[in-house]
Design a protein around this ligand. Sequence first.
Ligand SMILES: Cc1cc2nc3c(=O)[nH]c(=O)nc-3n(C[C@H](O)[C@H](O)[C@H](O)COP(=O)(O)OP(=O)(O)OC[C@H]3O[C@@H](n4cnc5c(N)ncnc54)[C@H](O)[C@@H]3O)c2cc1C
Length: 449
Amino acid sequence: MVHKTKDIHHLPPDDTPSGWVDPSELSTIGSRAHHDRVTLFDWTVVGAGFTGLAAARRLAELNPNDTVALIDAKPVGWGASGRNSGFIIDLPHKFDLDSDDADRLSAIMRLNSQAITDLEGHVKATGIECGWSPVGKLQGAVRERGTGKMRTFVKALEKIGQPYTKLDRAQVAQIIGTDYYAGAIHTPGCVLMNPVRLTRGLARSLPKNVTLFDGCPVVRFERESRGFGLTLRSRGTTLEISTSSVLMCTNAFTPEFGLLKNRIVPVITFASMTRPLSDSEMEAYGGQLDWGLTPADPGGTTLRMTQDRRLLVRNQYDYAGHYGVQDRSLEGVRQKHRGAFDKRYPQLKKVPFDSTWGGVCGLSRNHVSYFGEIESDVWNSSCHNGVGVARGTISGRLLAEAASGQSSPMLQDMFAVSNTPSLNPPDPFLGLGVRARLKLAAWESKEEI
Ligand SMILES: Cc1cc2nc3c(=O)[nH]c(=O)nc-3n(C[C@H](O)[C@H](O)[C@H](O)COP(=O)(O)OP(=O)(O)OC[C@H]3O[C@@H](n4cnc5c(N)ncnc54)[C@H](O)[C@@H]3O)c2cc1C
């Protein structure tokens, strides 16, 4: 049960923002909570990442006469949803590929594809400028470990009848400007975008019956005689919200609300991005614009070249018990990113990174995502295991549909591919165990990083 009153001890941190936009663009979008009074909402969605944005939109569409509050501790685009590498992945990914079950793989694919269709509809209808680019993606392998994982990926694609193209070293180099990769698989369904621009565009075009409170952390959550009370903080003042139902779209932070306690592993991963390459650097680079490569080995490095000539590198994981890292740790991260970058692009050694940042994801030890009514009138979807742009978007929509009493084949798919994350050992054992596991994984994947 939700504790009668739950004070939220750890709020999303004030950490270095991502390099996707100038930080000055990351101001709050929604209403400011300046008053000390109770506001009633029929529905409250906590968390305005991809999951919460989709949930609030769908609740408002299905219940046009109801009021919906959408709350985030930070300005929209600040959290993981604005810190990712910007791949909206249609296919089963990472740990999902461990499954041999074609029905499960196909269900994941249907759900992710629907998320892309939904997002594309909003982007086109409302003119969101986020560099929406349906170019697909490369799944790249450096050495034997990577090529082994690539074979597993191909098997999964064949099992679910999805198209792919095999590229050899020279063909990959022609696209990405380096012959570092032994080969890659190109699949056509993934979309690339700028995640800050997309999340903020979605937030700005929410239906009229959604009130957005971003920059307003929920500091207390309590079950009342009828419904729930939430206390929000904003610039030293408080706002009380009273609501009948809560959709908790807080991913890694969910245990702070007393839900899925000891079942989510908060893990941080990091990215660095260069400034735009000059004309002469573009010539030295020799590849194309606008592509994305994810590592065949989940422990490897993600690479992207943006439409505006910036190269992005993502790798490394750390346990993030309090959902962030000290800024000083980012220097070590940046050096490792530099090493990965220079190995791939020795001709661009002098191009500096403009930004380095981390973002927290919720993982589960048994690699499952949670979806459903976790307590009476409290709904949750979390643990998207690091691929939450598509999975979060479709989970948010379906969470709203389930909470509104709907049923559909898509909801059946979602329930079928979700489960309960397994219990974690208590801290400090969890932190020690996860760090040891991550170190081993980094060692095993060293040639792919
Ligand atoms: C560097 C990096 C690269 C990644 N690359 C990709 C990628 O290319 N593709 C992909 O699919 N996934 C990627 N991911 C993972 C992806 O970003 C996440 O899976 C996704 O953001 C999850 O979305 P979400 O809405 O469920 O959760 P989140 O985006 O984490 O949103 C949860 C929100 O809850 C809010 N919140 C928490 N506590 C409170 C509180 N007390 N009060 C109010 N609000 C609160 C937070 O501020 C946050 O905005 C990447 C992640 C990182 C860090």
